[in-house]
Design a protein around this ligand. Structure first.
Ligand code: M6R
Length: 607
């Protein structure tokens, strides 16, 4: 949520910042801005709109400026509307800064500043933070930052420049992520590794409360006591090509196609002698010892993968599993104790609500396991155990490959727990593993359904409401299919457990309302078909998705999508691609920006 970057080094800082912001734009795209050191002081250029607009403005207004140190920001608006004044960087006195997060007590701080005769020009919490740091500044930047953060409440990642200390950037964070690296071209810091990867594959995560000082020659990190701290260096395994579109029109399509590889990379290291095994993750079976329930908590798509996990874990392991939306979890006084295994799921590993839920669960003594894609992220670092999903960077706001691998890890947890608790035999566990690996070939096959789904999607663009129906695993998947569609097509959509529709919602089904029905599960097949008949007889336009051997009466639906022959338990891995394609093509057909849907951001680091 908001992309921030700082660069100081041998390269043209303006170019480095714009290039970095382009990679970070998925984190917010309401406005963008940069500030950089000039002999006469710090110069700021900002604009409403995307980084491409900023790039043009910088070319128009600053082509002659030579700059080697600066900070840049791409904004997802929270406090204060979308305007040039509210765009970052913000300046107060000698301080110019960029911010990712929310300062919760900014109103009180604003009143304190007003009492000193200091008024902001914008409506943002960020400008107040800049004013507070400036107010604390008497020539020692670290002392000023240290004092200011004792006054600030909320989440922040700041990069700060002081007009009287040129060619230097200071950074500090609480909650919001910041990663940094020093290379032979200088020092760079950003809210996401994707902005660093064209410089280096080695980086560190700035710890909360530590202050980093970046210059061309080095990065010095100091801990809360002012002692120099040597951060742990992480290495990434993917390269710049992974963070580019690679010939696809949109990242989302590229990432849909990366699912087979992501699944293989995620499952293979957890398959030892054909059995599910987490020893490569340093997770022994003691993780399951003494637990009497599992609570899964996450947001959005990640939460939907939790729904899939609940279904599989309860089905195979016979242990109660609840799935909670992370933003609700911490405010409902959740029933958790040392016999609870709390599983958080997060692509970014930085989602504020999920992180808060994890912290609460730890306080209450639960064992914590996180399923995370971004290495070294806050949720990963703070969990007792981590299972990384190996999806590589996911850039499109709409999650696709990250979802598939989260579901795969849910299945792996179900298999391992069922095996160690004696609910399934080694042979059964091995069969599940083999079937899951074989399913990846079916995922490859279903990638060939693009033209079929595109044709259907073209008939959906005028709809104002679209319903998804399913039962069991298909219901869990419907929730994800519906979210995917609404977030990138702007068409209202809801997912319903098919049997629940007639308890109210069926009154919304009238002529031509599209209903996408998933019917891949043999145990409830007859039931869902009856539910489809109920909507069909009320005029619904039905898109029916079934397994390969389902016999479907042609009168039952307008479109029938037959999935490649797959074991029903693993059908969600295949069916999800169809739902992703439908959402994608509706969005493309409507001429929308698939990768950057309005009002959204990839990483939600505010509550
Ligand atoms: O990074 P996280 O997985 O924690 O993000 C949680 C949600 O914001 C995310 O899954 C969101 O719902 C998807 N981007 C939607 O496609």
């Amino acid at each position: 949520m908001c992309g921030i970057i700082g660069y100081v080094g041998l390269d043209d800082a303006k170019k480095a910042l714009i290039k970095g912001l382009q990679t970070l734009e998925y984190r917010g795209y309401d406005s963008a801005g940069i500030a950089y050191c000039q002999p006469e002081g710090i110069k700021t250029i900002k604009t409403v709109g995307k980084v491409s607009k900023l790039k043009e403005k910088v070319a128009d207004e600053a082509s002659d400026d030579v700059a080697t140190c600066g900070i840049g920001h791409t904004r997802w608006a929270t406090h204060g509307g979308v305007s040039a004044t509210n765009s970052h960087p913000h300046t107060a006195g000698k301080v110019t800064l960029i911010h990712n997060g929310i300062i919760e007590n900014y109103k009180e701080l604003q009143e304190e500043l007003a009492a000193k005769g200091l008024e902001p020009v914008s409506q943002t919490d960020t400008e107040i933070a800049a004013m507070v740091i400036n107010d604390c500044y008497h020539g020692d930047p670290e002392a000023a930052i240290k004092k200011a953060i004792t006054k600030l409440e909320g989440a922040y990642g700041f990069c700060v420049m002081f007009s009287d200390i040129p060619e230097t950037i200071y950074a500090v964070r609480n909650g919001s992520p910041l990663v940094a690296a020093h290379t032979d071209r200088g020092s760079i810091i950003a809210s996401d590794m994707v902005a660093l990867v064209s410089y280096t594959k080695h980086y560190f995560v700035l710890k909360e409360g530590h202050i980093a000082k970046l210059t061309e020659d080095e990065i010095i990190v100091k801990d809360e006591n002012g002692e120099v701290y040597g951060p742990y260096i992480h290495h990434i395994s993917w390269d710049m090509a992974s963070a580019k579109k690679g010939g696809y029109d949109y990242f989302m399509m590229k990432e849909i196609h990366e699912q087979p590889e992501a699944l293989r990379n995620t499952i293979r290291p957890r398959m030892v002698n054909g059995l599910p095994d987490f020893s490569a993750d340093n997770i022994g079976d003691d993780i399951f010892e003494g637990i009497n329930r599992i609570v899964i908590t996450a947001c959005g798509t990640a939460m939907h993968s939790g729904l899939m996990g609940k279904n599989m874990i309860e089905r195979l392991c016979r242990i109660p599993v609840t799935v909670d939306i992370a933003s609700e979890f911490r405010y409902q006084n959740p029933i958790i104790d040392e016999k609870t295994l709390l599983i958080t799921v997060s692509q970014s590993g930085e989602t504020a609500d999920t992180l808060a839920a994890l912290r609460l669960a730890k306080e209450r003594g639960a064992k914590t396991l996180s399923v995370v894609n971004v290495k070294g992220s806050s949720i990963a670092r703070e969990s007792d155990y981590v299972l990384y999903t190996h999806a590589g960077p996911e850039i499109a706001v709409a999650s696709t490959k990250a979802y598939s691998v989260q579901v795969a890890v849910m299945y792996l947890i179900a298999f391992r727990l069922a095996l160690v608790s004696g609910k399934i035999s080694e042979q059964e566990a091995a069969e599940y593993m083999t079937t899951m690996m074989n399913t990846i070939n079916k995922v490859e096959e279903v990638l060939g359904y693009d033209s079929q789904t595109e044709r259907i999607a073209k008939r959906l663009t005028k709809a104002t409401d679209i319903f998804f129906l399913g039962r069991g695993l298909d219901y869990a998947l419907s929730c994800e299919g519906s979210l995917k569609l609404k977030e990138i097509s702007y068409i209202h959509s809801e997912a319903y457990a098919a049997g629940e529709l007639k308890h109210g919602t069926i009154s919304l089904i009238t002529d031509n309302v599209p209903v996408i029905a998933l019917a891949t599960q043999p145990d409830v097949y007859a039931k869902i078909i009856s539910n489809v008949q109920e909507v069909r007889s009320r005029g619904a336009r039905v898109i029916l998705i079934t397994g390969a051997d389902a016999e479907v009466d042609a009168a039952l639906c307008d479109y029938h999508i037959v999935l490649p022959d797959t074991d029903p338990l693993f059908a969600p891995f295949v069916a999800t691609v169809v739902l992703q394609y439908l959402a994608y093509y509706v969005s493309v057909e409507k001429g929308l920006n698939v990768d950057q849907p309005r009002n959204l951001a990839k990483s939600v680091t505010v509550e």
